[in-house]
Design a protein around this ligand. Structure first.
Ligand SMILES: [Zn+2]
Length: 258
């Protein structure tokens, strides 16, 4: 079985065929997934899906692009929802220097508040990083995020930063870009990550793997990510399937109920 650690079945791109998409994932062997919520609309929908399907879990967090809208009300709301039995992580949270809706200092403050919440609740963190790697690592170190660890979601850096992430007890999650042509960095990373820290994801509806690049992504395609990683590491697919699933179950505290 495959575990897609980062899906957004909770967005409008799946309004028309959410159920069919979930069925296709199951048929492809994707037996577990985490639906990640990141704002007022997607968080309740992530929880709803987790309540409807036994094999779906939720993560709740506030996206850095919208940090400017985050108040103590949202923090209290996140804490309440994080205590839901199907919520397995806090996030996505982090820093996004590509879009400029929220100033950097506001993003950093909202990120810190959420890391502190994760530590209070003893839950892993899911990191969103866009063009902000060094600041994210510095902030995670300052806040001692190593005590909870988490996921570098859709890791998009060279392998130079791997050691810092691994040292903070973070897992490295790879998605569609590892299958892209002319994308040497994620391929190098796929070969370098220790097997016991590797995760796979789609981040659907975004970042569809080859040969679906540019189209809508969906959880069934996480198998293509796993196949590419297996080829790059020259191991049977089952090795990647088993390791990434076990890693996800361990990180999310689901090993007992497997
Ligand atoms: Zn995401």
């Amino acid at each position: 079985m495959f575990f897609d650690t980062h899906v957004h079945l909770n967005v409008k791109q799946f309004d028309d065929d959410q159920t069919e998409t979930i069925n296709r994932a199951r048929e492809a062997g994707v037996e577990k997934m985490v639906v990640v919520g990141f704002d007022h609309e997607t968080i309740p929908e992530a929880i709803r899906l987790a309540e409807q399907y036994p094999f779906i879990y939720a993560a709740v967090g506030w996206h850095p692009v919208d940090a400017i809208d985050f108040t103590s009300k949202e923090l209290t709301w996140l804490e309440e929802l994080a205590r839901h039995p199907k919520v397995v992580a806090l996030g996505e949270m982090g820093l996004d220097y590509y879009w400029d809706k929220s100033p950097k200092d506001v993003q950093a403050d909202v990120f810190r508040q959420q890391i502190r919440l994760a530590k209070k609740l003893d839950m892993p963190i899911i990191i969103h990083n866009r063009e902000a790697t060094e600041d994210i690592i510095k902030l995670l170190q300052e806040e001692d995020a190593a005590s909870v660890g988490g996921i570098m979601h859709c890791y998009n850096d060279s392998k130079d930063y791997l050691q810092a992430c691994l040292a903070m007890n973070f897992y490295i999650s790879l998605g569609g870009p590892v299958t892209f042509k002319n994308a040497p960095l994620p391929k190098e990373v796929a070969q370098a990550v220790p097997l016991d820290r590797l995760l796979i994801e789609t981040d659907c509806p975004f970042l569809a793997p080859h040969p679906y690049r540019g189209k809508r992504n969906e959880p069934a395609y996480v198998t293509l990510v796993a196949k590419q990683i297996a080829a790059l590491r020259d191991v049977p697919l089952e090795v990647i399937e088993k390791a990434t699933t076990t890693n996800a179950l361990r990180l999310f505290g689901l090993l007992e109920e497997k």
